[in-house]
Design a protein around this ligand. Structure first.
Ligand SMILES: [Zn+2]
Length: 231
């Protein structure tokens, strides 16, 4: 089960692989143990996906060509890099690391919140570098049902980039895992350190682009840099 992504994954000369779900790489869901290695952008709470007009988003991937998806993701990365030197640095560090590949692809369902999958959960637990897959819908604006926070895709790409960067650095502190009990069952909510780091990078983009500052992980406490850090 461990290292599954690398085994299945053909090395490519291209560092960044942007692919829609129509292209070759297919995720084997059996390789993903519940909660391990998964970061949920908006937490495990139900979120609704609406555009700024309040209408439901009902578009994207299936009708989008690969080229268009790639173009949109590139634009998001460009926008994030331009606004935030912290983002540009993390992105460059991943790009410059010959041993790490980060794949960016469409979410399973359009409008779904972005997430990052660690390709090697064993390595992650042992604080060794691992590859990542970022799932993101470049057209989705996610609004948290719990906090009302609006998250455009540029905030999402910044957040997920930090998760991918942490996977590359082998930064993970299991003791910061937060669990909740529901009906006698322990449910993983989030890792406080990972989410705090991801929200910091996200806020470095948000504040510069005059988007609302994010102050929690969907209502859950985080240990993040104050807003004026990025002003
Ligand atoms: Zn996250």
């Amino acid at each position: 089960m461990e290292n599954s992504c690398r085994k299945k994954y053909k090395p490519s000369p291209k560092k960044w692989i942007l692919a829609s779900r129509r292209t070759g790489f297919r995720r084997n869901s059996a390789l993903v143990p519940a909660n391990a290695g998964l970061f949920h952008y908006a937490g495990n709470n139900p979120v609704r996906y609406i555009d700024p007009d309040g209408r439901k988003i009902s578009i994207v991937a299936p009708s989008l060509g690969d080229k268009e998806y790639v173009k949109k993701i590139r634009n998001l990365i460009k926008q994030a890099s331009k606004s935030s030197p912290e983002f540009a640095m993390a992105y460059k560090a991943i790009k410059d690391n010959p041993n790490i590949t980060v794949m960016i692809q469409m979410t399973k369902k359009p409008g779904e919140s972005a997430k990052t999958e660690c390709c090697d959960t064993k390595a992650k637990m042992e604080h060794r570098p691992s590859n990542s897959i970022i799932y993101i819908d470049p057209d989705a604006i996610v609004i948290s049902k719990k906090t009302g926070l609006v998250s455009p895709p540029v905030a999402g790409i910044a957040h997920e980039m930090q998760h991918a960067y942490d996977n590359m650095l082998g930064i993970y502190d299991e003791s910061q895992d937060v669990w909740e009990e529901h009906g006698g069952e322990k449910i993983f909510i989030y890792n406080k350190l990972s989410e705090s780091r991801a929200i910091d990078l996200e806020n470095s983009v948000r504040v510069r682009l005059k988007l609302p500052y994010r102050d929690s992980y969907d209502g859950y406490e985080v240990n993040i840099k104050p807003e004026n850090t990025f002003k």
